[in-house]
Design a protein around this ligand. Structure first.
Ligand code: GLU
Length: 343
């Protein structure tokens, strides 16, 4: 017997704790701007992350808003010992101060579990037993991001183990476009079924997927403005789909350029991986690093030395956005990034 196609049953109210968390988030959003920086503690912040952190901090502060620091630390095997302390120390050293307590996703598992079980009981999820290997075999050889073809959509919904393996849980996307506002680029728009595909929200190993945790957090933490690297542009479709299933609208996004060399190429692995330590060893202090990060986007002349607070005081939001808008359109760059990383 096959199951009906997934879709949210409109009559099920959100359970109390999730509803309250989301309502609190929405009230905070309504009260003022809230940005966030959300590194994964998988290693040192490299210079691209540091520049994104600076841009996100500047954007929130120039709007007179709050800036939250959230650690995306759910994928425990990938977390590195000491990475959390180093991330915090680096941000402090650069003068990028955050508001409130540090948020760790690993401490919010109960909220994500509530969201997952509500989505499941509402009929929005289905169990998927497709292996990575099968999906790799059916995806286009040079295609960018593989879109899940929906093999398990209409299969009977057995949630238990089969042949010793649990299924992953996918969100079935209804027909139609997923759209979001971009600050310095045209609106993002991706067709749900053909460009995003049914999103895994709980992996077969039981780990809550990044898209679910991120979508719940943007809503429950009341994030109004997300500034992050353009490599996450396409992930926004998946996160917007989860937020649509939960109810409230997504935040606004600013997907900012990754650090490239003068010819526009992505940095080599070694260059891209360099963090603050290599700058310090080369004799830079925080003013030198902030100057270099800002000069890399022509926010200040090359060789400038200034603190994060001085940079903030010298800038206006319009100028920050003008500088970012001068880069090629974000969707085009993001599509190229996907192609590059698929090869
Ligand atoms: N934790 C993710 C990363 O470090 C980024 C999350 C985000 O900004 O949405 O790539």
């Amino acid at each position: 017997m096959s199951s009906p196609a997934p879709g949210i049953s409109p009559i099920r109210p959100l359970p109390g704790p999730l509803r309250q968390a989301i309502e609190r988030g929405q009230a905070r959003r309504a009260a003022g701007v809230r940005g966030r920086f959300a590194p994964s503690p998988t290693g040192e912040l490299h210079r691209g992350n540091l520049r994104t952190a600076l841009l996100s901090w500047l954007d929130a502060r120039l709007r007179g808003g709050e800036w939250l620091l959230r650690l995306d630390d759910l994928d425990t095997p990938r977390n590195r010992p000491g990475a959390e302390q180093r991330i915090l120390a680096d941000l402090r050293w650069l003068g990028l101060d955050w508001d409130g307590e540090l948020v760790r996703q690993s401490e919010r598992r109960a909220l994500y579990a509530t969201a997952l079980s509500w989505l499941r009981c509402s009929g929005a999820l289905y169990p998927c037993r497709c292996s990575r290997r099968l999906l790799a075999d059916v995806s286009a050889p040079h295609g960018g991001l593989a879109v899940y073809p929906g093999f398990c959509r209409l299969r009977p919904r057995h949630w238990g183990p089969q042949q010793g393996r649990l299924p992953s849980w996918r969100l079935g996307l209804p027909p139609g476009a997923l759209t979001w506002e971009e600050d310095v680029a045209p609106w993002g728009c991706l067709d749900g079924p053909t460009a995003v595909g049914d999103v895994v929200l709980r992996r077969a190993d039981g780990v809550v997927a990044y898209h679910l945790a991120t979508a719940v957090d943007e809503l429950a933490l009341g994030i109004s403005h997300v500034v992050r690297g353009e490599d996450l542009w396409a992930s926004t479709g998946a996160q917007v789909a989860v937020m649509a299933a939960l109810g409230p609208p997504p935040p606004r996004y600013g997907h900012v350029p990754l650090w490239r060399d003068a010819q526009g190429h992505r940095l080599s692995k070694r260059e891209a991986a360099e963090g603050l330590e290599s700058w310090r060893q080369a004799g830079h202090d925080a003013a030198g690093v902030i100057g270099a990060l800002a000069a890399s986007l022509e926010l200040v002349p090359a060789g400038s030395r200034l603190s994060a607070a001085e940079l903030l005081a010298s800038l206006q939001l319009e100028r920050l956005h003008e500088v970012l808008a001068r880069q090629a359109p974000v969707a085009g760059r993001a599509a190229k990034l996907q192609r590059d990383s698929a090869i």
